[in-house]
Design a protein around this ligand. Sequence first.
Ligand SMILES: C[S@@+](CC[C@H](N)C(=O)[O-])C[C@H]1O[C@@H](n2cnc3c(N)ncnc32)[C@H](O)[C@@H]1O
Length: 370
Amino acid sequence: MSSSTQSPQSPKSPKGKVTSPAPAVAPTPLSAEAQDAAGILPATYWTEQPLPEEDVDDGASSLGSFNSTTASLSTSIYRYREVHGRTYHAEIGNAESWEPNDQRHVDAMEIVHHAILVHMGGKLYFSPLEQKKVQKVLDIATGAGLWAVDFADEFPNAEVIGTDVTPIQPSWVPPNVQFEIEDCNQQWTWPANTFDFINLRSLMGVVDDWNALYRNAYRVAKPGGYVECYTTSSRFLSDDGSVKEGSSLDQWGRVFREGGKKLGRTFSVYEEDLQRKCMEAAGFVDIEFKDIQVPIGVWHPEKEEAERGLWWKLAVEADLEGWINYMWNAVLGWSPDEAKAFARHLKRDLNNPKIHGYFMGRVAWGRKPE
Ligand SMILES: C[S@@+](CC[C@H](N)C(=O)[O-])C[C@H]1O[C@@H](n2cnc3c(N)ncnc32)[C@H](O)[C@@H]1O
């Protein structure tokens, strides 16, 4: 977290872009046949396997009805859907998020921020930015807003704007940060040639058209400005076969990938090489990549690698139910108890030193020509 002088801010409201409220119903779950075809095991596979009772904290699973409901709070940007006791943003266009926006999940997002920093060797970016030249910065889908806050600390003379569809950002932030409510899947409203740096971090399952996202970024980047995108792969792999087909780690990726297809917002950004393809198509040049392997859990014998894995494990465990709630309930149609049984197996596997799972992270950056 940042240590700079901070001042209270609140997110700006949407810039007249709300055309219709989001549907207040969950998507129809995938059929049993479709789940089977995608290699997704049925809920009974997990509920029928014995496991110790403890481990998964029930969090907010107050187990309401399966259908989402829209809570009636006073202003539109605070109108949330509720799925099995967790809240989700529901207001702008069709920007229905798969991630909860309640405090428990925001806490987990903050740990993810730290995990990514550890993952990137303490760096907030890899683009060759020049401190003196960076005046205006955009952080798309900023989440808990910590990247924007840390970047603003590092670049005190830059104005940093973080956007999101849901107002979960902190209110005490450095004076050079502001948060705005914006749907990144709509035409961006900033004028052309505005930003020196645009950050697109962890947008798996968020973006409905990656080409359009990069076209927007290209238009609003200043000539000579950079766009940078961090993504993780959607698969857990292992070099020794210890991540087995049908294991909880294997199923995690399958469900997210199928869920992403169903929602029209892919989780396979890494596998589909979208950073490269869409950056090139939009016109960015001097494109560079950095791939970093993350051994999930603490099995790796090297300290640095094990530390990366530890932070990601902590980030997942901080809100296991929140990460899976939407996909497993709304997309697969499982009951909360069934999802919870899966979560218990996942937690056990994340802590099993004999399972040598890892995933890939990729940072990709490019420059808008002068
Ligand atoms: C995985 S979090 C990433 C947060 C942040 N970029 C980071 O790296 O810490 C995804 C964020 O996207 C936001 N989001 C989902 N749909 C969005 C949309 N259409 N436009 C803007 N933000 C969106 C969610 O509210 C959530 O805060």
